[in-house]
Design a protein around this ligand. Structure first.
Ligand code: GUN
Ligand code: ZN
Length: 430
């Protein structure tokens, strides 16, 4: 049994306004009691200490903020060595760097080495759950899930399905992508804390036969998440519509194959018509904002206000290696700036809801992660809003929680992540 003492913050619903105090629970002198990898009690220190057994190990994180670990619902495991590649746009970036680098994941030793480095980096950033694209090679998914299991991390991932418009060494076939995904599901889904996602890369790199296979997988495994890319870049959209002339629009390509469901994570979803937003909302699919990537590749500005007005569920993610930071704090900052340009100011409590409970809702995993509620897995981080001299001097004038959160998202990064617990166990973040 372990007791963490600190200022605790956990969301109960999506904040509806900047001062929506009903949307979260905050304890100035709070505590979390952990046993068997789960939070078993949460509340004020005085109330929680009464439930602890004698000899409980107490770790005092005051004055830091204890929050659920961050969730990154769109990231590419084989792209650690693609980040910071100089390109004019998405398709040039994919062809020049990404499709070259991902070929190296045919080598299992390389995949295993990078899997270790990948989770090291995520944890350093306070990200305790990610939804990752592996490469086309089944071995890359094996390396990813084996390492996640070794660390007892709750990770989601999928072997990428791609059978055209990429180098031969990086393509599968409709049949082999189906067979390999089936094998990955059989071997890894539900093993340790692993979750498998059906992962057709995007319409351009899949033949109709492969999207058909992905749709079959989705029907056979209705509990699994599905992830893909949607409407990121103008040239990508035009080419997609050439490849699928019968589709009404890009969103309809996925809908026609039975992929547009409440389990579908749609990376980017920037350039969408009203019809597409309506169809996505009706299906309950999720538009995943990837702000640093959208700015870095010059793809466009996510239209959060319009998506919200249509009732589309949203999430926020790094999209490493198109993205330029692994930090969910940096990601929130860039997202905020994008919405500023759109005339839509996002309150800091909404931002922190999004990277915790909000992203967990998108994954359908709020019973496991994203909150500090008793019964949850004990994936917890301690955040320090005075981590740097510039933050520390600004903190002198901060009096309210919302201001502190806004400071964390505006100036914070990995240096603010002072401690990370995975299923109740501390991990080193130095
Ligand atoms: N569209 C298809 N593949 C990718 C990828 O790897 N990164 C991004 N940002 N967009 C994509
Ligand atoms: Zn992506």
């Amino acid at each position: 049994m372990r007791l963490l003492r600190g200022r605790t913050l956990s969301f109960v619903s999506r904040p509806q306004a900047r001062d929506d105090h009903q949307s979260y629970v905050y304890e100035e002198d709070g505590a979390l009691l952990i046993a068997y990898g789960k939070i078993i009690a949460a509340g004020t220190y005085d109330s929680v200490i009464g439930q602890a057994s004698d000899g409980v190990e107490t770790i005092d994180h005051r004055p830091h903020l204890l929050m659920p670990g961050f969730i990154d619902p769109h990231i590419h495991f084989p792209q650690m060595q693609v980040t910071a590649s100089y390109a004019a746009n998405l398709l040039e970036w994919l062809n020049t760097y990404t499709f070259v680098e991902e070929q190296r994941f045919a080598d299992e030793a390389h995949a295993k080495r990078l899997a270790k480095l990948f989770f090291d980096e995520l944890l350093r950033q306070g990200t305790t759950t990610a939804v990752a694209y592996c490469s086309v090679h089944k071995g890359s998914a094996d390396a990813y899930f084996a390492e996640a299991a070794r660390r007892n991390l709750l990770m989601v991932g999928g072997k990428v399905m791609m059978d055209r418009n990429a180098p031969d060494a990086l393509t599968d076939t409709a049949q082999s992508s189906y067979d390999d995904t089936k094998a990955v599901i059989a071997e890894w889904h539900g093993q340790a804390r692993n979750h498998v996602a059906i992962t057709p890369r995007f319409a351009i790199t899949s033949t109709p036969a492969q999207l058909e296979a992905a749709g079959t997988l989705a029907r056979e495994h209705p509990d699994l998440l599905i992830q893909t890319h949607l409407s990121e870049n103008d040239a990508e959209i035009a080419y997609t519509l050439e490849l699928y002339p019968e589709a009404k629009d890009y969103t309809d390509v996925y809908a026609r194959y039975g992929l547009l469901t409440g389990k579908m994570l749609l990376g980017h979803a920037i350039h969408l018509s009203d019809r597409e937003m309506g169809a996505i909302a009706e299906a309950g699919a999720i538009a995943v904002h990837c702000p640093t990537s959208n700015l870095f590749l010059g793809s466009g500005l996510f239209d959060l206000k319009r998506l919200k007005a249509h009732g589309v569920r949203t999430a926020i993610a790094t999209d490493i290696g198109g993205g330029s930071s692994y930090s969910m704090l940096r990601t929130l900052d860039e997202a905020y700036k994008i919405q500023q340009l759109r005339g839509h100011r996002v309150p800091p409590i909404e931002s922190f809801w999004q990277v915790t409970r909000g992203n967990a809702e998108a994954l359908g995993l709020t019973d496991r992660i994203g909150t500090l509620e008793p019964g949850s897995d004990a994936d917890i981080i301690a955040l320090d809003a005075s981590a740097t001299p510039a933050m520390d001097i600004r903190m002198e004038t901060v009096t309210r929680l919302e201001e502190e959160l806004f400071l964390l998202q505006t100036l914070g990064d990995d240096r603010s992540v002072r401690a990370v617990y995975v299923a109740g166990e501390p991990v080193s973040v130095d």
